[in-house]
Ligand binder design. Structure first.
Ligand code: ZN
Length: 156
């Protein structure tokens, strides 16, 4: 089964990404976040073919009907005190304007799933791709540098 981004459509202040396989993202507060959710879905589906069965990773299929009660993504709320997500967000805030790579987050915070927490923050519209990359010391790879979104800069 192929996974191609069919559309990202706005609904109120949220966006929903839809894949050619039938998967739909939850409601996400930024267009960029919806695209990231789609990329994560495609990555998961390609790594685990069982997931490409649309019934398996679809979280509450959303319809375009604007009258329907909207259930925003859990990541849409500002991270609570004491959560790993807040620690990740604060670390990125402290690193402004340089930003942090996933590797740096993991090393600085010693959170094993720092990348997952960072992805949730991207999907929630709190963190975004800076458009810059940084070379990792031990490999030739370059890593994306993550920075706060405008939304996160305004929130405290
Ligand atoms: Zn798909």
């Amino acid at each position: 089964m192929s996974h191609e981004l069919k559309s990202v459509w706005p609904t109120g202040k949220y966006y929903v990404a839809e894949c050619s396989c039938g998967w739909q993202s939850p409601l996400i507060p930024s267009h960029y976040g919806a695209q990231v959710a789609f990329k994560n879905h495609r990555e998961r589906a390609q790594n685990d073919p069982q997931l490409s069965d649309p019934g398996k990773d679809m979280l509450g299929k959303f319809h375009r009907d604007p009258q329907r009660t909207e259930q925003p993504a859990a990541e849409d709320t500002y991270p609570r005190t004491g959560t790993q997500r807040l620690r990740v967000l604060n670390a990125i805030r402290q690193a402004e304007p340089d930003g942090l790579t996933d590797r740096e987050l993991q090393q600085n915070l010693r959170i094993r799933r720092a990348r997952t927490r960072r992805q949730e923050l991207v999907e929630g519209g709190w963190v975004e791709d800076s458009g810059r990359t940084r070379k990792l010391e031990d490999t030739k790879n370059k890593a994306i540098v993550w920075v706060l979104s405008e939304r996160a800069r305004k929130a405290s």
